[in-house]
Write a protein that binds this ligand. Structure first.
Ligand SMILES: [Cu+2]
Length: 633
């Protein structure tokens, strides 16, 4: 029966498909409407909808949710945010029938798709419209069927329109066909995400118009006086002038933050208090998934150590830490062993310290432990942005010690393409160094051989010609380094042992074994004020696909020329991250790139077809930090 013949007015969803998902305990306003068909006050682990087996029916629809006191339409999978936990088994073939039941006129429509993040599969099963798949039109279905080759913790999400920001994501766990390294009676998925009441398309429009909207934390006159007293007036004036010329402030840490977002843990807010029940002494595996659109979370459980045993679904040598940063789209499996307290708080604050979500591990439902305060707001330093230690002795950070710049070139400066190179940018007398001589003949940046690249050993960083004098590039890094052992901005010297990328070591050797046959260098570029993001200064529409030959092993070197972190995700193939010496270190599907970093990974081009390659910060991808990778015979 169609909408028309059923007499349901178009533009209004079928009531049966609308369902209230309660995230905020202050949701009494909805109760007043008398619409509580199947409300859940707190989505506990016990009630997280889980689908197991090899055959799955998933319905994409619109569902009313309330996380803030206001009721909004979310785009949902089988009616919930997140969608159901899918539990597959390695070695089976799964069949997933995904039906587009978005109502006509939905702000989230019309087409939809599901991408299985980090899963090896044929290109036409990857779910990216415009690549090897056309998307799923209203009222239609798509049949996904593929062999499950891997095990571990993953997730899935829409790759259409703004649906991922609108609530369309869910956890995915694949049980191994052999013994499970983290087998346990109870393992919990902890899926973190960011919700906004805004129409995501309008949020994107706001970013384009006023990228700094959420960065309301301008430094004050008081800060200026304090810095002047400590560092001297000329240095302080030069510092402020430099930041002014970069059109940002040292407190710009994220584009969208707690000013706009309500953070969710398994689809509920901190007030909803998701609770995982444990028996004292149990080893409890937690499968941390960052399913957010734009948020880096710093996660810890005061009173408990986190033993990290897997990253992006793949096992790593166990490493025990107090805290970890999880970038958008990354997953970490950690094991905790609670004992001695009845309740512990699982605390996840955003990296800019503008908000948090929390849940509880407890011996029974209904308990709580204290929730720690947000950490102090970090301040960016020049070293954070890979510009070397321009201000030796000038500590720009009042809250943390800047990283020593390992490759501090005395000429390390900071270039802003398109600005007058003669204009001094900072106190550094060498700043303003004309970069054009270095950027001439680097088009493509394909070095043609697999020789271990210079990963920040001291030379001045070169830049692709396509990045020079481009309106969409507002800065370039001059002395980037891998920063693998850097906990990250806001996490240094905080008294806690924080996971770094250097800690992540796969339990297996390089699964390919060959040295890369060639090296491709790509720069992550952007213009803060225009909210324009790209690879090599070229937006997706302007760029040629990155071509790979089927079967080849190549090295990708990423250089982050921006002041933002970017979690970079290659579809269809693994990203085998190298250490600073170019040796295989850890297998991932999403590689975090902090500001001023230069990191490399190996790719085996073993999947034919057209694949998406992009920043997993949703609005960065939308604004152009996206490339097609084409693997051909
Ligand atoms: Cu990005």
């Amino acid at each position: 029966m169609s909408f028309k013949s059923s007499g349901v007015p178009q533009g209004i969803a079928m009531p049966s498909r609308r369902r209230f998902v309660q995230g905020l305990a202050a949701g009494g306003a909805i109760a007043g409407l008398g619409l509580w068909p199947r409300a859940s006050w707190a989505q506990t682990a016990q009630t997280m909808p889980t689908l197991r087996g090899t055959e799955f029916d998933l319905s994409i629809g619109e569902t009313l949710v309330n996380y803030t006191g206001s009721t909004r339409p979310a785009v949902t999978i089988n009616g919930t945010v997140p969608g159901p936990l899918l539990r597959w088994k390695q070695g089976t073939t799964v069949t997933l029938r995904v039906r587009n039941e978005l109502p006509r006129g939905s702000i989230h429509g019309p087409d939809t798709s599901i991408h299985w993040h980090g899963i090896l599969l044929p290109a036409n099963m990857d779910g990216v419209p415009g690549m090897s798949f056309d998307g799923i039109r209203p009222g239609e279905s798509y049949l996904y069927r593929f062999d499950v080759k891997q095990a571990g913790t993953y997730w899935y999400h829409s790759h259409s329109g703004f649906q991922e920001q609108g609530g369309m994501y869910g956890p995915l766990v694949i049980d191994p066909d052999g013994p499970d390294p983290i087998a346990s009676d109870r393992d919990y998925v902890v899926m973190l995400s960011d919700w906004t009441d805004m129409n995501p398309a309008k949020l994107f429009a706001r970013l384009k118009k006023m990228a700094s909207h959420d960065n309301v934390y301008q430094r004050t006159v008081g800060d200026f006086m304090r810095d002047a007293e400590r560092n001297g007036l000329p240095a302080t004036i030069a510092d402020r002038k430099m930041w002014g010329q970069m059109r940002m402030t040292p407190t710009d840490l994220s584009d969208v933050n707690g000013q706009t977002y309500t953070y969710l843990l398994n689809g509920t807010t901190a007030l909803g208090n998701w609770t995982g029940v444990f028996a004292p002494g149990d080893k409890v595996p937690l499968r941390l998934i960052n399913g957010s659109a734009m948020t880096y979370f710093d996660v810890r459980i005061p009173g408990l150590k986190l033993t990290v045993v897997a990253a992006d679904g793949q096992p790593v040598h166990p490493v025990t830490v107090d805290e970890l940063r999880i970038g958008a789209a990354e997953t970490f499996d950690v094991i905790v062993q609670p004992s001695g307290q009845d309740a512990y708080t699982l605390f996840a604050q955003d990296s800019a310290r503008t908000g948090y979500v929390s849940g509880t591990l407890a011996v029974r439902e209904g308990l709580r432990a204290p929730i720690p305060p947000l950490d102090p707001r970090p301040i960016l330093s020049m070293a954070d942005m890979g510009h070397g230690d321009m201000h030796a002795g000038h500590d720009m950070s009042s809250m943390e010690t800047p990283q020593p710049a390992p490759a501090a070139d005395p000429h390390a400066g900071h270039a802003m393409p398109g600005t007058n190179p003669a204009a001094p940018i900072a106190a550094d007398p060498h700043a303003g160094h004309d970069m054009s001589a270095n950027t001439g003949a680097m088009a493509g940046m394909d070095h043609g051989n697999g020789a271990t690249p210079d990963m920040g050993g001291g030379g001045m960083q070169t830049h692709p010609a396509s990045e020079t004098n481009k309106p969409l590039v507002d800065m370039q890094t001059m002395a980037p380094t891998p920063k693998l052992d850097d906990p990250g901005i806001g996490l240094r010297n905080n008294g806690r042992r924080v996971l770094t990328y250097a800690d992540l070591r796969s339990t297996f050797a390089d699964p390919d074994g060959r040295d890369p046959g060639r090296t491709v260098e790509l720069h992550l570029t952007g213009h803060m004020e225009k909210f324009a993001w790209s690879f090599d200064g070229l937006k997706f529409a302007q760029a040629q696909p990155l071509r790979m030959t089927y079967g080849e092993r190549l090295r990708i070197v990423l250089v982050n020329d921006t002041m933002m972190s970017h979690p970079i995700h290659l579809h269809g193939m693994w990203s085998d991250v190298e250490d600073a010496d170019g040796n295989f270190q850890v297998r991932k599907h999403t590689v975090d790139m902090p500001p001023g970093s230069k990191r490399s990974y190996r790719v085996r081009a073993d999947a034919l077809g057209r694949w998406a390659y992009h920043c997993h910060l949703f609005f960065h991808m939308e604004s152009g930090m996206f490339r097609e990778v084409r693997v051909q015979e």
